[in-house]
Design a binder for this molecule. Structure first.
Ligand code: NDP
Ligand code: GDR
Length: 370
């Protein structure tokens, strides 16, 4: 039985990848940070009682900022594959916590690579590094491929650039099977609530159900190449199953502005929007509502701009060229953008129908929509 060790197991990708690898017959070990509340919602369905025999999914307390802890866990697990998914992954927040981001996202990757060397596992353990399309930052060429020059535009992207190159360097210096997956944005019903797609699908569901008045967003002109996380974790696995360690771009090859994602999300609920104004004065109002379930007045303003969500330096356009991954990995995504929006919208409507029901019964529900 192959053993995989995942950092970031409680995150969006950690949850989908764990599920995928368990189905493949792996023993999956996940590193989880200690938190004052349980934060395992995304992996609770995979949880196995550690007292039982033949446990295939095991959690270890750990942190990418703690070398000794990483060395100990890796020594204990002796993994065949490590997927380094753990990171402070929010681009906007990295401007507020740049030093921590560099430590966890940049040096954290070095700590894992060094742990393998210290433990003399560098020829046994393959490693996948969660690299990102944010490396391309300020547009140098489109579409962006494995040979496009990097120009990072945030403390997050700069930290990930260190992680990218240290992974390449350890591959070349020590002959390690260490690979970067340069993944473009991928989303799902499990996406963190403050990334733009999930913020939009949550906002649209809550507005339709009368639980939220308006959705405040930042730059609606930014364009992203959005895929479904379920498809993207399969690519991570494929990257480590090749004969040679290499780096791959994983993307759909289609780019869409944030504004269009907003339109598609509301449309999925039968609500048509009309956008007007420019820059900070842009807004969207309800132009038609074909769904009798939702009592929305025509002309009601449902989307407005809040400058707080603008970034000091923005990444305007991302569009990936997935030719290499299609040809070499045989990777092909099953979800297109419409199917992704549908999946996320259906899930959030269900979630907030439950909250609306609880609220009606006098229970307090969480009302944050940052
Ligand atoms: P999430 O933000 O959903 O998950 C991040 C995970 O990292 C969480 O489990 C989090 O733990 C954990 N983590 C954060 N800091 C530390 C730390 N110091 N030590 C150990 N674990 C830590 O991210 P995604 O699942 O979306 O992304 C997975 C990886 O892929 C990330 O590295 C991200 O930067 C990268 N990436 C993501 C893309 C995307 O579109 N989703 C695209 C390209 C790259 P906790 O739950 O405790 O917060
Ligand atoms: P991104 O994702 O920065 O691409 O990083 P995010 O969803 O945060 O932003 C995408 C674009 O939408 C614009 N935007 C807003 N973003 C947020 N979060 N909130 C808003 O209200 C809002 N309004 C407009 C942003 O300015 C941006 O242009 C994600 C993360 O998962 C990274 O970890 C990963 O590496 C990259 O994707 C690929």
């Amino acid at each position: 039985m192959k053993k995989a060790l995942l950092t970031g197991v409680t995150g969006q990708d950690g949850a989908y990848l764990s599920e995928f690898l368990l189905k493949k017959g792996y023993e999956v070990h996940g590193i989880k940070r200690r938190s004052s509340l349980f934060n395992t919602d995304r992996i609770d369905h995979l949880y196995e009682d550690p007292h039982a025999e033949n446990v295939h999914f095991k959690l270890h307390y750990g942190d990418l900022t703690d070398s000794t802890n990483l060395i100990r866990i890796i020594q204990e697990v002796q993994p065949d594959e490590i997927y380094n998914l753990g990171a402070m992954s929010h681009v906007r927040v990295s401007f507020d916590t740049p030093e921590y981001t560099a430590n966890a996202d940049g040096i954290g990757t070095l700590r894992i690579l060094e742990a393998l060397r210290i433990l003399k596992l560098e020829q046994k353990t393959k490693i996948y590094q969660a690299s990102t399309s944010e490396l391309y930052g300020l547009v140098q060429e489109v579409p962006q491929s494995e040979t496009t020059p990097f120009y990072p535009r945030s403390p997050y992207a700069v930290a990930k650039m260190y992680a990218y190159w240290i992974t390449v360097n350890y591959r070349e210096a020590y002959n390690m099977f260490a690979c970067n997956g340069i993944l473009f944005n991928h989303e799902s019903p499990l996406r963190g609530e403050t990334f733009v797609t999930r913020k939009i699908t949550r906002g649209a569901a809550r507005i339709a159900l009368g639980m939220q008045d308006k959705l405040f967003l930042g730059n609606l002109d930014a364009r992203r190449d959005w895929g479904h996380a379920k498809d993207y974790v399969e690519a991570m696995y494929l990257i480590l199953q090749q004969d040679k360690p290499e780096d791959y771009v994983i993307a759909t090859g289609i780019t869409t502005p944030v504004r269009e994602f907003v339109r598609m999300a509301f449309k999925e609920l039968g609500i048509e929007l009309e956008f007007s104004g420019e820059g900070v004065n842009e807004k969207a109002v309800v132009a038609a509502c074909a769904n009798p379930e939702f009592q929305l007045e025509l002309g009601k303003e449902v989307v407005a701009i809040d400058e707080r969500y603008f970034r000091p330096t923005e990444v305007d356009l991302l569009i990936g060229d997935p030719t290499k991954s299609k040809e070499k990995l045989g990777w092909k995504p099953k979800y297109d953008l419409a199917a992704l929006v549908k999946d996320m919208m259906q899930s959030d409507v269900k979630l907030f129908q439950r909250d609306a029901y609880l609220q009606k019964g006098g229970h307090k529900v969480m009302n944050y929509y940052e």
